[in-house]
Design a protein around this ligand. Structure first.
Ligand code: PMV
Length: 365
């Protein structure tokens, strides 16, 4: 869709420069789980873009001295060279050379870091792949002035981010973003995400998503393997149908501000995601005992107080606590007194719906 063999630097030109983006993570309310082809989703998904959980990526570029065909890349994560991440990134950059053929002509230095502790067990593929995609689109625009229109820039960044990690395509937009074909949203596509900010009811615009770290351990099964296991899952077909149907209900609820129905869908989606993992062959469980304890406490607290507070889960053990700004003063003491003691090393991250990625000033070496 975005392949462009004409994006080559003319001989004699020696471009150098630096690009710096910060891009956030996101939490899906309708989950993407199951894919086909080159990172196409089996069902539509929609997420809140977060504010405080982000990746910052600095890309320095200069002409390549050795004119070989390969990608030339130095990579550092949190200030330290990381060969495993470098190899992964080289592979990804190689795969997108038909989109950015000039990558063969440059030497790239990428420095990346997350706002959240590396050990927190928070998936960073959405924030890191979206930050990288934004850097690459800015690089294209600096070299060729081909992405001057914001809408086109965002669409291409979302498309490229998707190729790196499906959920990353939604992080390009602030507020909410939807990915995957659905009748519920005009213009929704399997190729890239579309923003869902304008139609969103005000109550969701500053919704909170506090992340409670139930366990910092690495996931025993990667998302990539998890998506793959959906191919043999007996519940796959009804699940995709369910997600399609739910998308229609959720879009209505997001427009009309019916937070109770929103919460019921969010929680069921989280548990459905984990049920799909438990019913895969081989099956696996990513929730930890404290994830379940927190779920019970959240449901008890909701029942007792009638406050609209709900949970979600990513493909991991950590709880995402979703609630509107209006109840923050009631919810905070509950988090601190009852949930934080169940977090590993009492670790939790206060987060909320954010405005999306931001290009930053140049930094030094
Ligand atoms: O983007 P991936 O391949 O890491 O998949 C992540 C999928 C979930 O986070 C579990 C759900 C979602 O839609 O973000």
């Amino acid at each position: 869709m975005f392949d462009n063999p004409s994006l080559l630097i003319a001989s004699g030109e020696t471009p150098t420069g630096q690009i710096n983006w910060k891009s956030p993570s996101n939490i899906a309310i309708i989950k993407y789980w199951g894919k086909y082809g080159v990172q196409y989703p089996r069902n539509p998904s929609i997420s809140f873009t977060l504010e405080n959980a982000f990746t910052q990526t600095v890309l320095d570029y200069e002409p390549k001295t050795d004119q070989g065909e390969g990608i030339s890349l130095d990579f550092a994560f949190h200030g330290e060279e990381n060969e495993a991440f470098r190899v992964k990134m080289v592979k990804f950059l190689e795969s997108i050379r038909p989109i950015f053929p000039f990558l063969n002509q440059l030497h790239l230095k990428v420095r990346s870091g997350n706002s959240f502790p590396h050990s927190a067990g928070i998936a960073s593929s959405a924030s890191s792949m979206s930050a990288l995609a934004l850097c690459l689109c800015t690089l294209e625009d600096e070299l060729f002035q081909t992405l001057q229109e914001d809408e086109l820039f965002d669409k291409k960044a979302s498309y490229v981010a998707r190729l790196g990690s499906g959920s990353a395509c939604r992080s390009i937009y602030g507020g909410m973003a939807a990915w995957g074909e659905t009748e519920a949203i005009i213009g929704a596509s399997n190729d890239f995400a579309v923003p869902f900010m304008d139609e969103m009811h005000d109550i969701y615009k500053n919704f909170h998503d506090d992340i409670l770290i139930a366990s910092q351990s690495e996931k025993s099964v990667s998302s990539r393997a998890g998506h793959g296991l959906m191919e043999g899952n007996a519940y796959a077909a009804p699940r995709y149908q369910q997600a399609n149907d739910r998308m229609k209900t959720l879009v209505e609820v997001l427009k009309n501000g019916d937070v109770e129905t929103f919460g019921a869908i969010a929680e069921n989606e989280a548990l459905t995601l984990h049920a799909l993992m438990m019913t895969s062959e081989p099956s696996y469980v990513l929730m930890r005992p404290n994830s379940l304890k927190m779920i019970e406490l959240i449901r008890d607290f909701r029942q007792e107080t009638k406050h609209p507070i709900y949970f979600s889960l990513d493909a991991g053990p950590n709880l995402h606590l979703l609630y509107p700004e209006t109840v923050i003063h009631e919810v905070r003491p509950f988090i601190e007194e009852q949930l934080v003691p169940l977090c590993e090393e009492e670790m939790w991250i206060s987060d909320w719906v954010g405005e999306g990625p931001e290009q930053l000033e140049e930094v030094g070496e």
